[in-house]
Design a protein around this ligand. Structure first.
Ligand SMILES: C[S@@+](CC[C@H](N)C(=O)[O-])C[C@H]1O[C@@H](n2cnc3c(N)ncnc32)[C@H](O)[C@@H]1O
Length: 349
């Protein structure tokens, strides 16, 4: 089933194209071998492990709570040249939620030191893993501490610690900045000083580091998607996570054409429209779905969907309307055309 589809999929990719495939533990080993054969081992980019947060406990041995997303390039050399200067980058995961948590802590009237302690606890959760070290707050925002040294033959002139009124130690190879630059940073409140005799550090604010290279372990919250499908009245088992789809789509060009030939509830189309609304992109989508009949006992059937295509179409309509409503961008292209495959005129098909 997989081999012929992937062989065709490769033909459809542009030279700088990339394929992303979701797969679970059962088939990942076979799929990887097939892809190595069709795409070539050297075109392998990564195998992302996605935390599915599954709490199913029926398994005798291990409760599997992850799946995979395999990524292959059509031609790694073309892609590498293209991205030599602008490496793949994605927004940090769950950033809005992390910022909201910090606001909540501030509103509770906690001191900055107390907030730091709370944030250290919070970033133990996988969903906030991207914010490890972003534990400190001042009036400008949340930041992590970074080394002011890390160089050889740097500036050896000590600086006065305003908290102690004494000279602070100098990093072993000196400061990486000149005395003038350090003074400017101190004036701008960009240096984090300590009272325990440890080295001063530079503040790296989260607001200036909103993106990062995508990581090979990803953790998103599935709950908003279940709520969303309920709101749209488009029930579907195991839809892909919208946040995850948006993240992987965002590494590509803003005008790319995105094909999903196992479209299901059309999460990919939803993610494309949402991403375009957010970053002004002009991505286009092509969704392919068999008119697979819905089970007569399923929620989808009861809601009036006789096949999966109908669920996908309704989701695209509702998602488009919702995005326009929420963003106020009435000129957003949320239109789509539906084509049905005709019977083949080739003998034997
Ligand atoms: C897990 S769903 C995809 C979920 C989708 N990404 C979403 O978020 O809703 C897999 C889809 O592949 C389709 N499919 C399954 N076997 C297929 C086959 N042999 N050829 C084409 N499509 C198939 C199914 O109809 C189903 O909609």
């Amino acid at each position: 089933m997989m081999y012929p589809r992937l062989k065709l999929a490769r033909n459809l990719l542009t030279d700088d194209g990339v394929i992303f495939i979701s797969i679970d533990d059962t088939e990942v080993a076979n799929l990887r071998k097939i892809l190595d054969e069709i795409f070539g081992e050297n075109n392998f980019i990564a195998s992302i492990t996605r935390n599915t947060n599954s709490s199913k406990n029926q398994s005798l041995f291990v409760s599997v709570s992850h799946d995979y997303c395999l990524i292959y390039a059509r031609d790694i050399s073309v892609l590498s040249t293209k991205h030599a200067e602008n490496k793949w980058s994605v927004p940090k995961n769950n950033i809005e939620e992390y910022k909201r948590k910090i606001e909540e802590l501030k509103n509770l009237g906690l001191s900055n030191e107390q907030i730091t302690e709370e944030l250290k606890q919070l970033t133990k959760y996988p969903r906030f893993i991207d914010f490890v070290n972003y534990w400190y707050v001042d009036e400008r925002g949340v930041y992590r501490k970074d080394n002011l040294g890390g160089v050889k033959n740097g500036n050896m002139t000590p600086i006065i610690n305003p908290l102690t009124g004494k000279e602070d130690p100098v990093p072993p190879g000196g400061f990486r900045y000149s005395p003038e630059k350090l003074n400017e940073l101190i004036k701008k409140n960009r240096i984090h000083f300590h009272t325990d005799g440890s080295l001063p550090t530079i503040k790296r604010y989260l607001d200036e580091n909103l993106t990062q290279r995508p990581k090979s372990i990803m953790s998103d919250d599935q709950r908003p998607d279940n709520a969303l499908l309920k709101e749209f009245n488009t029930p579907f088992d195991n839809p892909k996570q919208l946040a995850f789809m948006k993240r992987i789509l965002s590494v590509g060009d803003k005008d790319s054409i995105i094909l999903d030939f196992f479209s299901g509830s059309a999460t990919t189309a939803h993610a494309v429209m949402q991403l375009n609304a957010e970053d002004g992109g002009n991505r286009k989508f092509i969704m392919v779905q068999l008119p697979e009949k819905t089970d007569e006992k399923s929620e989808a059937y009861k809601a009036g969907y006789k096949n999966i295509c109908e669920i996908g179409k309704e989701r695209i309509r509702r998602a488009g309307e919702k995005i326009v409503q929420e963003t106020g961008k009435t000129d957003l292209d949320i239109g789509f055309k539906v084509f049905k495959l005709d019977s083949s005129n080739i003998d034997g098909f």
